[in-house]
Write a protein that binds this ligand. Structure first.
Ligand SMILES: Cc1cc2nc3c(=O)[nH]c(=O)nc-3n(C[C@H](O)[C@H](O)[C@H](O)COP(=O)(O)O)c2cc1C
Length: 191
């Protein structure tokens, strides 16, 4: 089982990244493999809504997304790790997601399915500074529909409220352990 981890925070070594590393540890302990994409280091343009993908399922914008499509298509599991920014995924994450309009076209306009039968699964890992009851609602809904466009089912989420400063999660060993167990359970097929 191979997992692609998509880092959506612009902050290196931030809370979502540290937790994602612990999920990765759990995946590897469970016999799986992991690779990362750091969105903020890539050249990615936002979707232009041009309809250029309607007839082909391929995006016409030429940038680093070409490689990301291939890596997502090749992965058995995708974990999107993003902090909450104004009750939503980060702008970097939203650009990544919107570019899957090309895959939405491939699936729903051209009716081409991609390895759907293999039970590919997507996961959200998110963190937020506050403890608002609805703080993850937008991101959960966004991931449900974007994983569908990637021809994956949205299987589960790892959510943590109340962490703000860079690396704050390092002071919460029980949460680091929970993330590792989350990874092990993904590898074991129970999530
Ligand atoms: C632009 C911006 C917007 C934010 N919006 C929210 C928000 O709406 N709700 C919240 O609880 N935290 C919000 N935060 C706090 C981050 O979610 C929090 O600092 C998080 O731990 C950052 O994760 P990272 O270390 O992985 O980047 C915001 C932070 C920034 C920089």
């Amino acid at each position: 089982m191979h997992m692609l981890i998509v880092l959506g925070s612009p902050r290196k070594n931030g809370n979502s990244e540290i937790l994602a590393q612990h999920v990765a540890k759990g995946i590897e302990k469970g016999g799986g493999t992991v690779e990362y994409i750091r969105l903020n280091s890539l050249n990615l343009s936002p979707c232009q809504g041009c309809g250029g993908c309607d007839g082909s399922g391929e995006c016409v914008i030429e940038d680093d997304m070409a490689e990301i499509y291939e890596r997502v298509d090749a992965a058995d599991r995708v974990l999107v790790a993003t902090p909450v920014y104004f009750y939503a995924p980060t702008a970097q994450t939203k650009i990544f997601i919107d570019r899957f309009q090309a895959r939405w076209s491939r699936k729903y306009v051209l009716k081409v399915r991609h390895r759907h039968e293999e039970g590919r699964k997507g996961y959200l890992l998110s963190v937020a500074a506050t403890k608002g009851a609805k703080v993850f609602d937008c991101s959960l809904l966004t991931m449900k529909y974007s994983f569908d466009a990637m021809d994956m089912s949205f299987a589960d989420s790892f959510l943590l409220k109340g962490v703000d400063h860079q690396g704050a999660v390092r002071d919460l060993p029980a949460e680091l352990e929970r993330a590792e167990v989350f990874g092990q359970e993904i590898a074991a097929g129970v999530r």
